[in-house]
Design a binder for this molecule. Structure first.
Ligand code: XCC
Ligand code: SF4
Length: 627
């Protein structure tokens, strides 16, 4: 059934999204938006966090109106149930990022041992720096030796033998003292997640406050542990991102080239595909088949990883993943894990697209499984690219619709190293710009798309307001892709910023919205915030900073938001988390926690109001610093 213009415009603000929503409807596809409609009304108990199925005496639910049951079969009340549910969301998010980190550590070790042909150490500089943080001396050792030693040391971070994670060495002392006082210093990465699962089992931790505190510790084990390892090891293996031009939207898929779309999160697979796509033999085969080349494009965060390091264009963000297939131009989609909708395989059966899953822990309906392992990834990648090339001639012309709009230009690659490089090697010029008021503060706008929110509207509206008010925006994940589509990531976008920020961007030749990477790369923002605080001898919570996740959907986003707040960064969520069944928990997280951590959460679905809240927060922080 075709959609009306109004229906389409209510779903997305993007030009390509609007075109391909209709194309998908024409082709008879059911998309994430249709399935969301079909689910309405969604369960009110679950929305409020008031349902529990942690054991088989249940499932149970608490009546929010106070008329029906106020306790589960075990006796748990609303506060306990909401806290347990939130805790399990954090655990799932932390586990996802951290398992991703662990996979990279495995590759690092195998590179060192010589068992991962095709992978190498691209940044010896970062290898040495991180090894030193782990107390491993570099002298006289080959990079391979160092890689093995560092990998072993990182494996220890996941376990139970530590008092505190190693990367806490970068955390300002005042923040460390707060964590120690509250008893939320993260010890082992897996340990905190495992302990959360234990605490939320029936009959263990039944104090909603101590559950929430452990939730913060669990989230910190992600931010300063699993995700931190993921980002740093990715840089060691694949290089530290540097500013790079690229393009975004479905227009990056080429009619006359073999299109391979990479979707998921971990660069382990996508980097090998990138290598294979340069293979002269495969390029010759492509031309034999009548294609002018092999075109790679990214979706979600594995796309962001390739974009940051190789300038590979982005086809889109989370809600574009199904629509990308409806172009009929995707010869192969290769996925690893996380955020890959299980609907994708079936949608692809409508086209010639080959769907490939690659991880032993992530299989999907209607996808061919080609498992990647470090030992064989290189040959596997070549095999897949060959299959994609051979699939080019099977396109179904009647089903093909190239995007009518040209790709939007963007600039990405703003690692902390790149930002400091642009500033001449130290954070001092940025601190000066903040002191002078040219830059009022900085905000991380991050996170997903969610069909509950008009696609990209939350991100783009919020960010436009912030930069207009001289607030520098740094971004990651699907938010970053939204901003790129809206044209906010080119140096010329400085014209949209307030006079102070505009001046700073122009003098450095940078956009007012800096792409810092994938979702695990939110730790780059933490790292930068910590570096600023350390340079000033203060705490992160004293700085004029904030974070926002206007369209978040995933459990990973919950973990990210919690480690941001625990690290001292005020964080505004666009979609409400399932906590409103407990007024006590809402009050703690949005008000009282400020007194403990110097930061709190806010929930504000309206991006204009969110911008106002953030601007007010930044003014307050500036005032407290005497600026
Ligand atoms: Fe997934 Fe990372 Fe969210 Fe996008 S932003 S929908 S988590 S791909 Ni992290
Ligand atoms: Fe019900 Fe308690 Fe079991 Fe949850 S843990 S399902 S509230 S009995």
């Amino acid at each position: 059934m075709l959609l009306t213009k109004a229906e389409i415009e209510a779903r997305t603000i993007t030009e390509d999204g609007q075109v391909f929503l209709q194309k998908a409807a024409q082709d008879g596809l059911e998309t994430v938006w249709d399935r969301y409609q079909a689910q309405k009304p969604q369960c009110g108990f679950c929305e409020l966090g008031l349902s529990c199925r942690n054991c088989s005496m249940g499932p149970c639910r608490i009546d929010p109106f106070g008329e029906g049951p106020q306790r589960g079969v075990c006796g748990a009340d609303a506060d306990i149930i909401v806290a347990r549910n939130l805790g399990r969301m954090i655990a799932a998010g932390a586990a996802s990022h951290s398992d991703h980190g662990r996979d990279l550590v495995e590759v690092l070790r195998k590179v060192g041992e010589g068992h991962a042909p095709g992978y190498t150490i691209r940044s010896e500089e970062k290898l040495k720096k991180v090894a030193a943080e782990f107390g491993i001396a570099a002298d006289g050792k080959t990079p391979a030796d160092l890689a093995v030693e560092l990998a072993h040391a990182m494996e220890e971070e996941f376990g139970t033998r530590k008092k505190a994670l190693t990367f806490l060495g970068r955390v300002p002392e005042k923040r460390r003292a707060i964590w120690d006082k509250l008893g939320i210093t993260p010890r082992g990465i897996d340990r905190e997640t495992s302990e959360m699962m234990h605490r939320t089992h029936m009959g263990v931790d039944n104090d909603w406050q101590s559950l929430l505190l452990h939730g913060l510790r669990n989230a910190l084990s992600d931010g300063w542990g699993g995700s931190f390892i993921a980002t740093e090891v990715s840089d060691i293996l694949f290089g530290i991102p540097q500013p790079v031009p690229s393009e975004v939207n479905l227009g990056v898929l080429k009619e006359n080239q073999v299109n391979i779309v990479l979707h998921g999160h971990n660069p382990i697979v996508s980097e090998m595909i990138y290598e294979a796509a340069q293979d002269p033999e495969l390029l010759a085969l492509a031309s034999e088949k009548g294609a002018e080349g092999i075109n790679l494009a990214g979706l979600c965060c594995t796309g962001n990883e390739l974009l940051m390091r190789r300038g590979i264009p982005m086809a889109g963000n989370h809600l574009m993943t199904e629509l990308a297939l409806s172009t009929g131009l995707v010869d192969m989609m290769i996925v690893d894990y996380q955020c890959i909708m299980p609907a994708l395989g079936e949608i692809a059966t409508c086209y010639h697209t080959l769907m490939i899953s690659t991880s032993d822990k992530a299989k999907f309906p209607h996808m061919a499984h080609h498992e990647f392992h470090p030992e064989t990834a290189q040959s596997k990648a070549r095999e897949l690219v060959r299959m994609a090339v051979e699939n080019y001639e099977r396109r179904l012309p009647a089903k093909v619709l190239p995007a009518p709009n040209t790709p939007t230009r963007m600039m990405a690659g703003f690692s902390v190293e790149a930002i400091l490089g642009a500033l001449g090697g130290s954070p001092a010029p940025l601190i000066e710009a903040i002191k002078s008021g040219a830059v009022q503060g900085a905000v991380g706008v991050v996170g997903c798309n969610n069909p509950k929110i008009r696609q990209d509207f939350g991100h783009v509206t919020l960010t436009r307001h912030l930069i207009e008010n001289d607030i520098l925006v740094v971004d990651t994940g699907c938010a970053a892709v939204a901003h790129a589509k809206a044209g906010l990531k080119v140096p010329e976008a400085a014209a949209l910023a307030g006079p102070g920020l505009q001046q700073v961007c122009k003098s450095l030749g940078i956009p007012p919205v800096l792409h810092m990477g994938s979702c695990v790369d939110n730790v780059r923002i933490l790292d930068l915030a910590a570096a600023l605080a350390n340079a000033l001898g203060t705490d992160i919570s004293d700085l004029p900073l904030a974070a926002a996740a206007p369209e978040w959907y995933s459990e990973k986003a919950v973990s990210i938001a919690c480690y941001a707040v625990a690290s001292g960064i005020f964080t505004v969520l666009g979609t409400p988390p399932p906590i409103f069944g407990s007024p006590k928990i809402v009050k703690l997280l949005t008000e009282d926690i400020e007194g403990l951590l110097g930061a709190s959460f806010a929930v504000e679905p309206d991006p204009e109001k969110a911008a106002a809240r953030i601007e007010q927060h930044i003014r307050q922080k500036r005032k407290a610093l005497g600026l």
